[in-house]
Every structure is written in structure tokens, then in C-alpha cells.
Design a protein around this ligand. Structure first.
Ligand code: SAH
Length: 268
């Protein structure tokens, strides 16, 4: 790899959002940075179709966290990113969706700054937004939902306080469309907490698995039956859970909108 003295004087990592999986949903800037990268660190959410765009000459380093695999700690990832940038290479840190939505992008900016490495952050289409369009669930709809809230239902085992920080009563009372990231392993908790906070068990819910990819599956049910819905279809991550009246539009809207993900047929 040729040594780039300008880059070495100003070491930089581009933290790039790859969107929810469909390569057509990459931003122009993301595509430009990916195709000119010398080193790409990518995580488990990066689809095969997006990986196919990596230059053959680039060093590709997988730093994802999948069950049964060695996973890099956040600190190891940042150390490796800094090391690569300090050699003067064009480094891309590619993340699913948007780097600043449950993506730990902020932590990486801070850690790299501590290493003397500057960053630029390229936004991506976050899963809640991408899957809303591909499943036909409007996040807001006049008269039904004036806002939307993105929440994580995931609690790290070593830090269960994260869960306690969720204000379920405020969520239930908000009338917002709720979108739960990392929630497919905790449906009973979502149902219990929202119903205890006064939300009706008949509230429509939808689960979108592998949204915006040719493996997308979408299931519709009610808050009360969310766990049964997820278990009966053996939903696996990555999946999102939508909770709100807007979900009732799904069948009508999805039949009216074109589904054209990489020319593959969506699975319903
Ligand atoms: N930064 C990412 C989110 C990372 S957290 C973003 O902005 O989208 C990982 C969670 O995102 C997954 O557990 C799942 O809840 C959600 N997710 C990401 N990609 C998804 C996809 N293609 N379909 C459904 N959910 C997805």
C-alpha cells in the first residue's frame, strides 16, 4: 500500500452509515468513500450486496459481533482504526444504518480524537426509516401519530440499568409510533411494560426482519400477541418492532407501493 504523507499528517477515519442493507440506499458520499477506501472495517449488519462494492484492493476487516464468534471490544476496534489511520491510509468504518442511531458512532469519534485521529461522519438511512418505507408503515400520519420514537429494548447483561432508564409510561402516553431496535429477543418485556403503562393489548404491531434486503419478512399482530408472533415465525435479528396505529395502514400501503429491492421479490 503506498504511503500517503498528507493523510499521515492528518490521519482520519470516515465513519460511514451503510443504510439498512439495500445497496441502492447508500448515499452517494458513502459509495464514493467505500469505493476509494484502502481499509474498510465493517460490522455484522453490512449486507453481501454492499460488501460486493468493496474495492478488491482494499483490506477488509470484519469487526462484527455474531453469536459464537470472537467479537472485538469497542476499545480494540478503536485501537485498530487509529492504527490504520496513522499509517496514512484512507480508512472507512462502515456501520449498518446510521452511525449515530444505536451505532456507537459517538464513542468512536471520541476515542479516535483521543488517539489524535480526526473523523467525518456520513449519515445513513436508519433501519426504522428504511423498513418503514419497505413495509408500508408510515412513521407519522396526520391525525394518528404526530411523532415517532426510536427505542432500544436491549439491556446488556452487565448493565441492566439501561433498561430501567426506559420511561415506559411516557412512551405509552406519547401517541407516537414506537420503533424498538434490538427488541426481537425481548417481546414479552415490551408487551408487559407498555400494557402496564396503560397501552391497549389490541394496539397494532409489526415486526420487520432483514428489512430492505431480499430476505425481508414482515409480520403483523397486536401488542398482546407480540411474543407469539415472534416465536411462531422464529424471527431472528436483525428485526424491528413497530408499535402504533399507523401499522394498520400496512396492508393497504404496501399493496400500493412498489417493492423493488434489488429486483428480488419480498417475502410476506
Ligand atoms: N445503526 C443502526 C442500528 C444498529 S443496532 C441503524 O441506524 O439502523 C442493530 C439493530 O438495528 C438490530 O438489532 C435491528 O433491531 C435493527 N436493524 C438494523 N438493520 C435492520 C434491518 N435491515 N432490518 C430490521 N432491523 C434492522
Amino acid at each position: 500500500m503506498p504511503f500517503d504523507s498528507t493523510a499521515a499528517q492528518n490521519p482520519r477515519v470516515s465513519i460511514v452509515g451503510a443504510g439498512p442493507g439495500d445497496p441502492d440506499l447508500l448515499t452517494v458520499k458513502a459509495l464514493r468513500l467505500i469505493t476509494s477506501a484502502q481499509v474498510i472495517f465493517y460490522d455484522a449488519l453490512i449486507s453481501d450486496e454492499i460488501r460486493a462494492l468493496f474495492p478488491s484492493s482494499a483490506e477488509k476487516i470484519y469487526v462484527g459481533k455474531r453469536c459464537g464468534e470472537h467479537s472485538f471490544s469497542q476499545q480494540e476496534i478503536c485501537n485498530q482504526l487509529a492504527k490504520a489511520a496513522l499509517t496514512g491510509q484512507r480508512v472507512v468504518r462502515l456501520k449498518g444504518g446510521d452511525p449515530f442511531v444505536f451505532g456507537r458512532g459517538g464513542e468512536e469519534v471520541l476515542a479516535l480524537a483521543a488517539h489524535g485521529v480526526s473523523t467525518d461522519v456520513i449519515p445513513g438511512i436508519t433501519a426504522a426509516v428504511g423498513c418503514s418505507a419497505s413495509a408500508g408503515i408510515p412513521l407519522t400520519h396526520r391525525g394518528l401519530s404526530q411523532g415517532c420514537t426510536f427505542v432500544t429494548a436491549h439491556a446488556r447483561s452487565e448493565d441492566s440499568k439501561e433498561l430501567l432508564a426506559v420511561d415506559w409510561s411516557a412512551l405509552a402516553a406519547s401517541n407516537n409510533t414506537l420503533v424498538f431496535y434490538m427488541g426481537s429477543a425481548r417481546p414479552a418485556l415490551i408487551t408487559e411494560q407498555l400494557m402496564n403503562s396503560g397501552m391497549s393489548g389490541a394496539m397494532p404491531v409489526a415486526v420487520v426482519e432483514n428489512g430492505c434486503t431480499h430476505r425481508q419478512r414482515v409480520f403483523q399482530g397486536t401488542l398482546e400477541t407480540l411474543e407469539a408472533l415472534i416465536n411462531s415465525h422464529q424471527v431472528k435479528a436483525p428485526a424491528l418492532i413497530y408499535v402504533g396505529e399507523v401499522v394498520s395502514f400496512m396492508n393497504e400501503l404496501s399493496s400500493l407501493t412498489q417493492k423493488n429491492i434489488n429486483s428480488h421479490q419480498l417475502v410476506y
